[in-house]
Design a protein around this ligand. Structure first.
Ligand code: GDP
Length: 433
């Protein structure tokens, strides 16, 4: 989803406005480890379109002085967001700090919107007009108190944010399939992207019928064009300064959500890290297809190979279904195996099992291994249907509760029968009285 960063001085009414914009009840505070409390991301929804709102917190002066803090935050917002919303208190007017941040924002190529808060009555309309001089276009008057104006502001926000696919990714058919290339810093993401777009034909403009978002790269792999999403940072090799990790994590999440399949790049020369596992979990939770690519294979010796085998068994238990490919972005070794793995994962992600076949298989499994008895009763599994693809989602109708262990057993058997290599599978149970 596209990202909107909200910046503003303390006490301008930013939090009140943010709560209005996200409709407090629907707000989900994303739980990203290591996040400073004063910077949070919310999932926002307006007119059927989703976006991520990042509240950058108030500018508290530190040793560098207020102006420096403000400029740094504004720059961070520009680098990481698709659009920036500057919040100014109309009853106070533009302060020197507001002007300093406006200067930074004016230089950026991202769309910038200006919200004038505390416009609680018409008396303040002229104060709002005074904010034109910040050079950021029309000030949008809002009253955090009454909520007045926030709808118009949201309309303007959506207009400024790049269009993203509504609802189901990829459902609108056609166009290259979308790939997220993610992984912790220094695993070789830029190197791999450069390798594949350097050796193979990099086609940025000439794919018929596709609009190319400037942050995405179209890359030809194995005779097929793929759309690597959100690669602007990788291409430009943006230096990741301290304090940027949180944004990097946000971008990772956004890229995964914008993609159909994620390539999680792992440094094979180092022990599998918790951060690797976190990225893998993000893919699983987002319900996207997954390919694990172990990079820097040129550095792997026999000892490392043995250690890795243990780590794989211990650390990747969550995703035993993921395909693994070992490559070296440096030498180009086995890079050609990535495309076939992507195809397998996507085929699983798209796969639909006909209801007849599904239920034939299910009754055999249940006859051989019935669900455990609970409270003296034997729950009956009545039938199953595949409610969705992308990822494959099954609904089991039962006469009673099915234990988590039994559900996992069914998923294992389902995978044995139908494959689903490279794709998460969801099973939900509906109890019929
Ligand atoms: P990113 O942060 O994930 O984009 O990682 P980079 O592409 O910047 O790579 C980080 C470092 O790892 C650089 O010094 C690369 O030259 C190095 N590197 C990347 N891929 C390989 C590889 O396959 N083998 C070796 N030996 N080094 C690699």
């Amino acid at each position: 989803t596209p990202v909107l960063a909200v910046v503003g001085r303390p006490n301008v009414g930013k939090s009140t406005l943010v709560n209005r914009l996200i409709g407090r009840r629907e707000a989900v505070v994303q739980d990203i480890p290591g996040v400073t409390r004063d910077r949070v991301a919310y999932d926002a929804l307006w007119n059927g379109r989703r976006f991520t709102l990042v509240d950058t917190g108030g500018w508290e002066p530190d040793a560098r002085g207020l102006q420096a803090v403000v400029a740094a935050q504004a720059e961070m917002a520009i680098r990481t967001a698709d659009a920036v919303l500057l919040v100014v208190d109309a009853s106070v007017g533009a302060t020197a700090t507001d002007e300093a941040v406006a200067r930074v924002l004016r230089r950026s190529d991202r769309p910038v919107l200006l919200a004038a808060t505390k416009v609680d009555d018409d008396r303040l309309t002229s104060d709002t007009a005074a904010l034109w001089r910040l050079g950021l276009g029309e000030p949008h008057p809002v009253s955090g108190l009454h909520g007045r104006g926030s709808g118009d502001l949201l309309d303007a926000v959506l207009e400024a944010l790049p269009e993203t696919p509504r609802d189901d990714v990829g459902a609108a058919g056609g166009g290259p399939r979308r790939v997220a290339l993610v992984g912790k810093p220094n695993v070789g993401k830029s190197s791999l992207l450069n390798k594949v777009s350097g050796e193979l034909r990099s086609v940025v403009h000439d794919v018929a019928g596709t609009t190319v978002d400037p942050v995405d790269s179209l890359v030809e792999l194995d005779g097929e064009v793929w759309r690597f999403v959100d690669t602007a940072g990788l291409r430009k090799r943006v230096q990741t300064a301290s304090g940027m990790e949180y944004y990097a994590s946000l971008r990772t999440r956004a890229a995964i959500e914008a993609a159909e399949v994620a390539v999680v790049l792992i440094d094979a020369s180092d022990p599998i890290a918790e951060q690797d596992q976190r990225v893998i979990s993000m893919v699983d939770e987002a319900g996207r297809a997954l390919v694990l690519v172990f990079n820097k294979w040129d550095l792997v010796d026999e000892d490392r190979r043995i250690a890795m085998k243990r780590e794989l068994e211990r650390d990747l238990v969550r995703v035993p279904w993921a395909e693994r490919v070992n490559v070296s972005a440096l030498t180009g070794r086995s890079v050609a195996k990535i495309a076939p793995a992507l195809r397998t994962a996507l085929a699983s992600w798209d796969q639909r099992i006909p209801t007849g076949r599904l239920n034939g298989w299910l009754s055999d499994v249940i006859a051989a291994t019935p669900p455990p008895v609970r409270g003296g009763k034997q729950p009956k599994v009545l039938f199953a249907t595949q409610a969705q693809t992308r990822p494959p989602t099954f609904v089991l109708f039962t006469s009673g509760f099915l234990e988590a262990g039994y559900r996992r057993f069914l998923e294992r058997r389902l995978r044995e029968e139908f494959g689903f290599t490279g794709s998460p599978v969801r099973i939900s149970v509906r109890v019929r009285e």
